[in-house]
Ligand binder design. Structure first.
Ligand code: FES
Length: 509
């Protein structure tokens, strides 16, 4: 199969394409509720399900459609094997906390399993072993150290040179009895159950601010107010920061997924490599046939070269390792990494105890999102939760966070300045259909996209968050900000925060 021409022209996720989800209205008035949840992904829906079951009056709003954010674009592995982390966690936090992290992940897996059983959810759930593999001599000792960490933490694991999928490897670290599923089939049932228990859902309703007096009040873009006792920000990037300085404490990364059929049957297992470029592999069930999901090519948002190159690299890899008989889907995802790689879950700041955040899942959203839903709902329901302290956003780990903090900010400053100075003289007239360029219009740095029908869309490229310059993402046809990961459609509408306002439109003469 030759390159690029076989790649689907538009990104679309298999998960969304293979279920039909219900529609919900837009919020048309100001309302009162006990708990307001912002964001309809795994965190928000699981939290809504848990609270509604306990008779709490819950309202969930989403800026777009339910399950169309990170959860709709995930790899959906349910595992405690979050890459190579346990050796690092033991070094930085000690054995007890590293062990708590593992236990929290396994509890999340158990919760998902029990919920599937309780509601007889048909969501292609399967128990799988998880593997980290390397074909590089450099990483053999890294995997050995990670295995030692498993032993110290009583994590069932095995160091081997064998794994079911046929890829050349020098060393493999196996974590037994992990799992995978179809996340939207699972969450669709949780939505149903929660609605039966009184959950109200409003789609296309954007939260832009919170007023915090005695109780929090969410303000929507249409200036409706949601008065409540608790707010759960499950919107990936917290839309309300409360001076918690989240943009400086996390960085966004994009990754790419292709879904292909190969001549071979998938042999089982879930895989991720140790080295760069990253490669992660699992299968999904598409009408009884194996779909191979090949994931990787991570890079900081707005800092990749042509984003189509990343899909092509995954295609080449899949072709070389397994052979591709059909290229079915491609899509990409964005996630945030915190300074110490542990998500921020808990009160947004010490002063605003009833406003919660859940963010920084570092691409492991199925377990981390479930952990977050459990920690936050336990707080609201006044239940103890043994993991809440580990994830509290106000923690401060001096090492390695200080160094990273400095370098992340230096990186942002670099983009803030270099983006402004960059001078382009591209002629919009020469632009090919379905391409974009950055040019100057009346002295303003302007991004111009020409669609298939030669219609032009021009936007001021200054990000509405803190003023960095956005760059074109050719794979998704979006303008992406390299500083904190805001993303905009080619018309300038916000797809992903922290920005809340659309890019300014620019008139072309
Ligand atoms: Fe922060 Fe763009 S996302 S400046």
């Amino acid at each position: 199969m030759s390159n690029s021409e076989n790649i689907p022209q538009f990104p679309e996720t298999f998960w969304r394409d293979s279920v039909s989800l219900p529609d919900f209205p837009k919020l048309q008035e100001s309302i009162k509720t006990d708990t307001a949840i912002v964001g309809g992904g795994i965190t928000g829906i699981t939290a809504a399900y848990l609270l509604a079951k306990e008779g709490v009056n819950v309202t969930l709003i989403d800026a777009g459609d339910l399950l169309n954010g990170v959860t709709g674009h995930t790899t959906a592995k349910i595992t405690a094997q979050h890459g190579i982390i346990y050796d690092e966690f033991i070094q930085h936090f000690g054995k007890e906390k590293a062990s708590l992290y593992y236990q929290a992940c396994m509890k999340a897996k158990e919760f998902i399993e029990n919920t599937i059983q309780t509601h007889h959810i048909d969501c292609d759930y399967s128990q799988e072993d998880a593997y980290i593999f390397t074909n590089s001599d450099e990483y053999i000792s890294t995997l050995e150290s990670e295995k030692k960490a498993y032993d110290q933490l009583d994590i069932p694991g095995e160091l081997t040179t064998d794994m079911p999928v046929d890829i050349p490897v020098k060393s493999v670290l196996k974590m037994k009895d992990q799992a995978q599923f179809h996340p939207l089939k699972y969450l669709n049932v949780l939505v149903d159950e929660a609605v039966k228990n009184g959950l109200k859902i409003y789609e296309h309703t954007t939260a832009v601010d919170i007023e915090y007096n005695k109780h929090p009040t969410i303000i929507t873009r249409d200036e409706h107010r949601i008065n409540c006792n608790y707010v759960i920000q499950a919107s990936h990037y917290p839309f309300y920061d409360g001076q918690g300085f989240y943009p400086t404490r996390m960085y966004p990364e994009r990754s790419y997924i292709i879904a292909v059929k190969t001549p071979e049957k998938f042999p089982g297992g879930m895989y991720i490599n140790a080295e760069s470029p990253s490669r992660s592999i699992r299968s999904a069930n598409m009408d009884g046939e194996d779909l191979w999901l090949i994931v990787g090519e991570n890079h900081k948002t707005g800092q990749g070269e042509s984003t189509m190159k990343h899909y092509e690299a995954l295609q080449d890899y899949a072709e070389e390792q397994f052979g591709i008989s059909e290229f079915v889907y491609r899509w990409s995802a964005q996630d945030l990494t915190t300074m110490d790689k542990v998500p921020y879950i808990g009160s947004v700041t010490k002063n605003e105890e009833n406003v919660y955040v859940a963010t920084g899942y570092r691409k492991w959203g199925m377990t981390n999102g479930t952990i977050a839903a459990k920690i936050i709902t336990d707080r609201i329901l006044d239940n103890d939760n043994p993991y809440s302290e580990l994830f509290t956003p106000s923690r401060f780990q001096a090492d390695p966070s200080v160094r990273k903090f400095a370098s992340m900010n230096a990186d942002v400053a670099k983009h803030l300045i270099s983006g402004k100075l960059e001078y382009t003289q591209n002629n919009v007239k020469d632009l090919e259909p379905d391409h974009a360029t950055v040019t100057r219009v009346k002295g303003k740095r302007t991004g111009v996209y020409k669609d298939q029908d030669k219609q032009l869309y021009a936007v001021d490229t200054t990000c509405k968050h803190l003023g960095c310059e956005v760059t074109w993402n050719s794979g998704e046809r979006t303008w992406d900000c390299p500083c904190h990961g805001s993303r905009y459609s080619y018309t300038g509408e916000v797809i992903e925060g922290p920005a809340k306002e659309p890019l300014n439109k620019v008139e072309l003469e």
